[in-house]
Design a protein around this ligand. Structure first.
Ligand code: NAD
Length: 434
């Protein structure tokens, strides 16, 4: 099938590439000229495991193309919108990118086309987009909702082997097109769930808000564990085997970040607010997360005082989670800003996210090329993102390098007994400090 994807970011590039890999003929459009130029050279603008090889393979085969011009999409059966929906000042989803692209696309439609909202959008957006498009085209179309559930760091695998595909449409014609689009995945066993537009739009916000709720809940349990002398890692072991709870997203830490959970929880709370519904749990989830992002800063200030001039901290991990270069809403950025604001010097290392961080923090901190280099002359180490390579750290070297022999671990990556044996002070989350 001929398909187009508008927006070639984390979701759009994965969507376009995986659909090409599945046998479709895909054109990806982005307004960012430098991004498109890089993609045409086989230079992948984001870090996502496995994506680069697939882009190059399908680009070379000719069934994946990149352009900045909507005129080049031809006559696709379906067009995916994978555009940003960032929070506006009130925390609602800003639909301006989606609406602008929809209006532009309407003007190049040549025949019946399914327009697919893959962006995370509030309930009613499919209708809103349809109203706008109808003003700018005379050809037939349907606007449907097809939210994306991929996780950065696992995006290719999640798209290729989805646990479900949600399609929101009341149009039998559009549903048939979507069944055809996703046939390579449904024939491999992925369930395709067709529902109304509003329920599909609501499904995405429900999924992300539910996961964020689990995370905030476990973070509160961690904080309480510290007060009662319990170990949150043991509590986790104790609850995870219960099939009603499960082992996913119950890690205690320093809060969720990224481009999705914070904005989607906030947007859902706003959707409720606009209908005069007081969504109490979501307000608490956000409050807990805001607090949790500051937990390590509080501990550092408790030890060193408000004035951190003359103190140097090594920071391991800048991305909002491992296996991505995405730093949107990353706890590391907030933590670093708080520490730098108090006069601290920061030496940071991240395997993939330094370039993106530099765009935000400039040279207010120094960037190391290896985890070990960041430790030089540092008083303490702060572990912010749980990249696998950090778990293999040589503890004797940590002790030798760190002036105060202290590790603040925001992700509970280490065994407190190992740290103790290594002669390190170890402050983690939801466990007694040693
Ligand atoms: P992104 O910022 O990485 O990418 C968006 C792309 O759209 C950018 O490359 C930008 O240049 C481009 N763009 C903006 N306006 C355009 C226009 N008029 N025409 C063509 N291109 C245009 O965003 P993302 O992380 O891919 O997220 C996209 C949507 O998917 C959001 O609604 C997000 O909530 C949702 N989502 C994201 C994830 C994720 O893990 N990132 C997962 C599921 C859903």
């Amino acid at each position: 099938m001929k398909l187009a994807v508008i927006g070639t970011g984390y979701v759009g590039l994965v969507t376009g590439t995986c659909l090409a890999e599945a046998g479709h003929d895909v054109v990806c459009v982005d307004i960012d000229e430098s991004k498109v130029a890089r993609l045409k050279k086989g230079d992948i603008p984001i870090y996502e495991p496995g994506l680069g090889d697939l882009v190059k393979k399908n680009f070379k085969a000719g069934n994946l193309r990149f352009t900045t011009s909507l005129a080049e999409i031809g006559e696709p059966a379906a067009i995916f919108f994978a555009l940003p929906t960032p929070p506006n000042g009130d925390g609602e989803a800003d639909l301006s990118f989606v609406l602008k692209a929809a209006q532009d696309v309407a003007q190049v439609l040549k025949g019946y086309t399914v327009l697919i909202n893959k962006s995370t959008v509030p309930v009613g957006t499919a209708q809103k987009v349809a109203g706008l498009v109808s003003k700018h085209t005379k050809v037939g179309f349907d606007v449907i909702s097809n939210p994306e559930f991929l996780r950065e760091g696992f995006a290719v695998n999640d798209f290729m082997k989805p646990d479900r595909i949600v399609v929101g449409t009341g149009s039998a014609k559009a549903a048939k097109v979507m069944q055809e689009v996703y046939k390579p995945y449904t024939s491999a066993g992925a369930p395709l769930l067709i529902m109304d537009e509003a329920s599909a739009e609501m499904t995405k916000y429900t999924a992300n808000s539910f996961i964020a709720t689990k995370i905030s809940f476990m973070n509160e349990i961690a904080n309480l564990c510290e007060l009662v002398g319990a170990d949150v890692e043991q509590v986790k072991r104790g609850i995870a085997p219960d099939p009603r709870i499960g082992s996913k997203y119950i890690n205690a830490g320093i809060g969720y970040g990224g481009s999705c959970f914070p904005k989607d929880v906030s947007a859902l709370e706003r959707i409720a607010h606009q209908r005069d519904y007081d969504f109490k749990i979501l307000k608490a989830v956000m409050l807990v997360n805001t607090h949790q992002k500051q937990v390590l800063v509080g501990r550092i200030v408790a030890k060193y005082g408000e004035n951190l001039a003359g103190k140097t901290f090594a920071v391991w991990g800048l991305a909002f989670k491992p296996d991505t270069d995405d730093i949107r809403e990353a706890p590391a950025i907030e933590i670093i800003r708080e520490l730098v604001g108090r006069g601290a010097k920061i030496q940071a290392y991240d395997p993939e996210a330094a370039d993106n961080t530099r765009k935000v923090l400039d040279d207010t901190i120094t960037y190391s090329n290896a985890a070990q280099d960041a430790l030089k002359d540092a008083h303490a180490l702060i572990v912010v993102t749980e990249w696998k390579e950090f778990a293999a750290a040589d503890l004797a070297k940590l002790k030798a390098e760190l002036k105060d022999k202290t590790v603040y671990d925001g992700r509970n990556m280490f065994d407190p007994d190992d740290m103790k044996r290594a002669g390190l002070k170890y402050i983690s989350i939801g466990r007694a400090a040693i």
